[in-house]
Design a protein around this ligand. Structure first.
Ligand code: ASP
Ligand code: MG
Length: 402
C-alpha cells in the first residue's frame, strides 16, 4: 500500500517526538508499505516566526511571510529525514516545490492548483521514504507560498489524492472521532467509520483533529482519511470515507454541541416582499455566517424573524442590524443559548428520529427554542445552561454508548 501520513505540530513538537514519529514510520515501512509523510512545524514555531515579523510591522509583506513561515515545516522535514537515515532507512525530505505543489498567487492563504507527482514517484521507486514539508507550495509567480494556518492537513490530503494513495492518516494527539465530546459524556465511544458528510456536520467534535477544509477536499478527491494519534499509534483511529463504504449505517452517528451561537430576534417586522432578502443580503455582505432562520406566520402585516449567528460575528451583526431598526418594533440578542445537533446518514431512511430527540429533551424538561433539519442532521437551539445535560440525554436516547 501507499500511505500518506501527516504529523501535526504536537506530534513533532520536540526532538524526542520526532524520534517517535520516525519509529511509527519505520514500523509501517517494515510492514512493506510505501510512505509519504507530511509534517507540520514543531508546535509553537509558526507563532514564534509570526511574532518575529511583527517586531517590525503589524502587516508584513505577504510573500516574505510565506518565505519565513515555510521554514518551520522545512526544519521538521529535514530533521525527520536525518533521524530516519541515521537509523539505516532511506529517506528524503522535500519542500512543497520539490513535491510538485503549485498554488495560486494568494500569498499566506494560497490554494493548491495542481500537483506534479513525478518527483515523488521517482523517489518512491528508488525506495525512499518521502518527508514533505507541509503547508507550502510554489506560487505561479515563482515564489514560495503557504496555505493558511493549519494547512499541512491540506498538503497531505492533496498529495494523497494526486498520487492515488490508499489512505491518508492524520496523526494528532487525539485517537479518533468520538460519538460526542468525552469530556461531556464519558460514555462517548470512538467511531470506527464515519462518512465525509457526517464528519462535516460533526465538525465541532473533530475541530481539534481535522479541519473542515481538508475533509471537504478528501471528499472531493475521494481520499480515505484516518484520524489517529501519534501518542498511541497502536490504537486504530476513525476512518472517514464515502457513504457507500459504510455497510451498516447507524441512524445517528454523533451528537455535536455548539455554544458559540447568538440568537437574534426581530419582532414586529413589516411583512413585505423583499424584507428577508434585504436583511440577509446585508448580513452576507458583512461576511456573517447565518445559521438557523425562522420566520413566523405574519399577523396584521407584522411578522417575527429569528436567526442564529456565531458569537464571533455578534458585533458586526449589531452594526448591520442598525440599518433595519426602523423595519422592526424590537430587535434583541440572546447569547445564553447553544445548538445541539444529532447527525447520522441513516436518518435518510428511518422515521421517528426527530421525535426521539424531542422526547429525550422533554423528559429532562428542556425547552427547545428553534428546530431545523437537513437530510442527515437535526439541530435544536436550547438554553446554554442545559447544554451538557441535553448532550447526555441524546447520547443515551440513541444508545450511542452501545
Ligand atoms: N505550521 C502551520 C500552522 O501552525 C501549518 C500546520 O501546522 O498545519 O498553522
Ligand atoms: Mg497544526
Amino acid at each position: 500500500m501507499l500511505k500518506v501520513l501527516k504529523f501535526g505540530g504536537t506530534s513533532v513538537g520536540t526532538l524526542d517526538r520526532i524520534q517517535n514519529v520516525a519509529e511509527i514510520i519505520k514500523k509501517i515501512k517494515d510492514e512493506g508499505h510505501n510512505v509519504i509523510a507530511v509534517v507540520s512545524a514543531m508546535s509553537g514555531e509558526t507563532n514564534k516566526l509570526i511574532e518575529y515579523a511583527e517586531h517590525y510591522t503589524k502587516s508584513p509583506v505577504a510573500n516574505e511571510m510565506d518565505m519565513l513561515l515555510s521554514s518551520g515545516e522545512r526544519v521538521t522535514s529535514a530533521l525527520l529525514s536525518i533521524a530516519l537515515n541515521a537509523q539505516g532507512y532511506k529517506a528524503t525530505s522535500m519542500s512543497g516545490r520539490q513535491a510538485g505543489i503549485v498554488t495560486d498567487n494568494a500569498h499566506t492563504k494560497a490554494r493548491i492548483e495542481s500537483i506534479d507527482t513525478a518527483n515523488m514517484k521517482n523517489a518512491l521507486n528508488d525506495g525512499n521514504i518521502i518527508i514533505v514539508a507541509g503547508f507550502q507550495g510554489i506560487a505561479e509567480d515563482g515564489r514560495v507560498s503557504t496555505l493558511g494556518r493549519g494547512g499541512s492537513d491540506l498538503t497531505a490530503v492533496a498529495i494523497a489524492g494526486a498520487i492515488e494513495a490508499d489512505v491518508c492518516e492524520i496523526y494528532t494527539d487525539v485517537d479518533g472521532i468520538y460519538t460526542t465530546d468525552p469530556r461531556i459524556e464519558p460514555k462517548a465511544k470512538k467511531l470506527e467509520k464515519i462518512s465525509y458528510d457526517e464528519m462535516l456536520e460533526l465538525a465541532s467534535l473533530g475541530a481539534k483533529v481535522l479541519q473542515n477544509r481538508s475533509v471537504e477536499m478528501a471528499k472531493k478527491l475521494n481520499v480515505n482519511l484516518v484520524s489517529r494519534s501519534s501518542f498511541t499509534p497502536e490504537v486504530e483511529g476513525t476512518l472517514i470515507t464515502k457513504e457507500e463504504n459504510i455497510m451498516e449505517q447507524p441512524v445517528v452517528s454523533g451528537i455535536a454541541l455548539d455554544k458559540n451561537q447568538v440568537r437574534v430576534g426581530m419582532y414586529g417586522v413589516t411583512d413585505r416582499p423583499g424584507i428577508a432578502s434585504a436583511i440577509f443580503t446585508a448580513l452576507a455582505d458583512a461576511n456573517i455566517n447565518v445559521d438557523m432562520i425562522v420566520q413566523t406566520v405574519g399577523v396584521d402585516g407584522k411578522t417575527d424573524l429569528d436567526f442564529t449567528i456565531p458569537t464571533t460575528d455578534w458585533e458586526t451583526c449589531k452594526k448591520v442590524m442598525e440599518k433595519f431598526k426602523s423595519e422592526a418594533e424590537n430587535i434583541d440578542y440572546n447569547e445564553t443559548i447553544c445548538k445541539v445537533s444529532i447527525v447520522g446518514v441513516g436518518m435518510k431512511s428511518h422515521t421517528g428520529v426527530a421525535s426521539k430527540a424531542f422526547t429525550a429533551l422533554a423528559s429532562e424538561n428542556i425547552n427547545i427554542r428553534i428546530i431545523s433539519t437537513s437530510e442527515i442532521k437535526i439541530s435544536m437551539i436550547i438554553e446554554e445552561k442545559y447544554a451538557e445535560l441535553a448532550v447526555r440525554a441524546l447520547h443515551d436516547a440513541y444508545e450511542l454508548d452501545k
